[in-house]
Design a protein around this ligand. Structure first.
Ligand code: ZN
Length: 147
């Protein structure tokens, strides 16, 4: 009996270890150096430099690393802050983390699936009715046009 429990535990540990390996390889291994600096090392792309800043076509924005759907194009708005801005997210697609770096109190947003860094979310700026600005690096996301 004890042997069976031991084997079961060993099997579980192997499954867990394998899962992590797969995640690292599949989600982050294929990223370019530039993408890794933002997505894995939680960097910020230069303001007004991103590909999606002025894109307002109908479609979906997914996580660059794992393709998790994050934002719909109808939540994108022009904020003039220098990064793509969304006033809503696809339900359960993001996680929020308190970020006190650089002497600022901000809320970091990451992909709920792969935990890749996306940007920050700001509340109370009254820029749209929903009163939220998800400030997202273009490099962290991928646009899929509506067909
Ligand atoms: Zn992801």
């Amino acid at each position: 009996m004890n042997k069976l429990i031991f084997l079961f535990l060993l099997f579980s540990v192997c499954l867990f270890a394998q899962d992590n390996t797969v995640k690292n390889r599949d989600y982050f291994g294929a990223l370019t150096t530039e993408e890794r600096e933002i997505i894995v090392d939680r960097g910020t792309e230069k303001a007004f430099s991103g590909n999606y800043l002025d894109l307002f076509k109908a479609g979906l924005y997914v996580c660059k690393a794992c393709n998790n759907p994050l934002f719909k194009s109808d939540s994108k708005f022009k904020s003039n802050c220098g990064w793509p801005s969304f006033d809503d997210e696809i339900k359960n697609s993001l996680i929020r983390i308190e970020d006190n770096s650089y002497g600022m109190q901000r809320v970091e947003i990451c992909c709920a699936n792969c935990k890749g860094h996306l940007g920050h979310v700001f509340e109370g700026e009254m820029l749209t009715e929903k009163n939220l600005r998800h400030c997202v690096n273009s490099i962290s996301i991928k646009f899929i046009s509506k067909k």
